[in-house]
Design a protein around this ligand. Structure first.
Ligand SMILES: C[S@@+](CC[C@H](N)C(=O)[O-])C[C@H]1O[C@@H](n2cnc3c(N)ncnc32)[C@H](O)[C@@H]1O
Length: 402
């Protein structure tokens, strides 16, 4: 495989510049913007990696799929995709964003949202009693000033059951409005604001999903095989057991593991920036462990690094069994202590049979591409000087040949 210089420049730009992601999030016209998955990477970066290290019609995988950035870009670039994650919320988001919906589904969800915003306050209160948010998911929303928000969510979630189709899209819209109005906000939104938020979330999500459908259909038009967009909830350590990956068709993995020692609230929102709620699981209609530690491969702080490295090593060994020989793995990784953790991560990759590839075009430091991170919804649990400015590195590895 020849690696083009222009492709490397595109990868460097995709990794370094966050502008495009910012724009995407502001105008909401990209399906990527339907949910701000914590520690997600840029679609521009994912696309550049896909175009550089795979060809049309090949299979690209992401075993830590999160919000589905890699898989959405893979299908837009004419690649098949397989995405997995330990979290059912992540696989829900990936599949709900990446699905190609029918017009009837868009119409049904639009009608559902019109009905939701018209629901009278009396009926909202009733929903609070008839269809309450399960205790284990309320968390920070329990406070009295969130009563109408809880009522609206109960009522909207209940009426979603009346939809003949388009459930996933409706749930994605609920997650979108909920995250925008509740997560990391200082105060509760008013009921009117919340209603307008739902209308806007539905309009933007449908608009973006239609655009995505057009792009994917155009890209796959006239191709011999139709595109495969597969998702599965499974830990990376067990990936080698997935039957449809056993013939080793995948040529590339573009992914981002949890960051060693870094505190990230993947399954939760923070009400008023502090009080946590696991309501995203309920809104998505998924069940599973909602503990923070489960999805960070060992939890926060340096004491958990041994556990992280053990899981990461077995995960990469598992990944090596489903990739074609000489297939690539492109990763974006952040650390709580890069100086000690990066060498251990690289050793784990060697043990799994991968060789690191360094490219002069990508170098910023020690032959690798590092970037500073700002405004991420995660922070280092260990605040030493070394970690004061969060930074992430791009790692490129190739699996040994046959
Ligand atoms: C940094 S996020 C990935 C973000 C993704 N690249 C995006 O753009 O949205 C890491 C993901 O790894 C998942 N994860 C943690 N432990 C895992 C494991 N053992 N197997 C598979 N996924 C795991 C988490 O649930 C989380 O979604």
């Amino acid at each position: 495989m020849t690696i083009s210089r222009n492709g490397l420049i595109a990868l460097r730009d995709g990794a370094l510049h966050t502008g495009t992601v910012g724009q995407i999030s502001r105008n909401g016209r990209s399906i990527h913007a339907a949910y701000r998955y914590p520690a997600r990477f840029s679609p521009v970066f994912a696309r550049a990696a896909i175009e550089l290290f795979s060809s049309e019609g090949e299979l690209v995988i992401d075993p830590f799929c999160g919000g589905g950035t890699t898989s959405l870009e893979a299908s837009r670039c004419g690649r098949h995709s397989f995405s997995s994650d330990l979290s059912p919320l992540a696989t829900f988001l990936t599949s709900a964003k990446g699905r190609i919906y029918r017009d009837e589904e868009y119409e049904a969800v639009t009608r559902w949202s019109e009905q939701c915003v018209r629901t009278k306050q009396m009926d909202l209160k009733l929903a609070l009693h008839e269809y309450p948010i399960p205790e284990e998911h309320i968390g920070g929303l329990r406070r009295p000033d969130y009563r109408f928000i809880r009522a609206a969510l109960s009522s909207w979630k209940r009426s979603e059951g009346e939809l003949a189709f388009g459930f996933d899209l409706a749930r994605l819209c609920l997650l979108r409005v909920g995250q925008r109005m509740l997560d990391l906000r200082r105060e509760p939104p008013s009921l009117d604001e919340f209603r307008r938020g739902l209308e806007e979330a539905v309009a933007q999500t449908i608009d973006a999903s239609r655009l995505h459908r057009e792009t994917v259909n155009r890209r796959w038009q006239g191709k011999r095989n139709s595109q495969r967009f597969m998702t599965e909830q499974i830990a990376i350590e067990e990936l080698y057991e997935v039957r449809r990956l056993q013939d080793r068709q995948a040529t590339l993995a573009v992914c981002s593991p949890p960051y060693p020692g870094v505190h990230t609230l993947y399954p939760r929102w923070q009400i008023e920036g502090r009080r946590e709620t696991t309501i995203p699981f309920w809104l998505a209609g998924v069940t599973g462990d909602t503990g923070e530690k489960t999805y960070t491969m060992g939890g926060r702080g340096t004491a958990c690094i041994d556990e992280f490295i053990d899981l990461y090593t077995s995960g990469m060994k598992s990944l090596s069994k489903v990739l074609q020989p000489e297939g690539h793995v492109v990763q974006m990784v952040g650390f709580s202590e890069p100086r000690t953790q990066l060498p251990r991560l690289l050793k784990a990759m060697r043990e799994a049979g991968f060789h690191e590839q360094k490219f002069r075009t990508l170098q910023t430091q020690e032959g690798r591409l590092w970037r500073k991170v700002s405004r991420q919804k995660w922070y280092s649990a260990v605040r030493s000087q070394e970690t004061s400015g969060a930074s992430e590195v791009v790692l490129i590895h190739r699996l040994e040949g046959p």
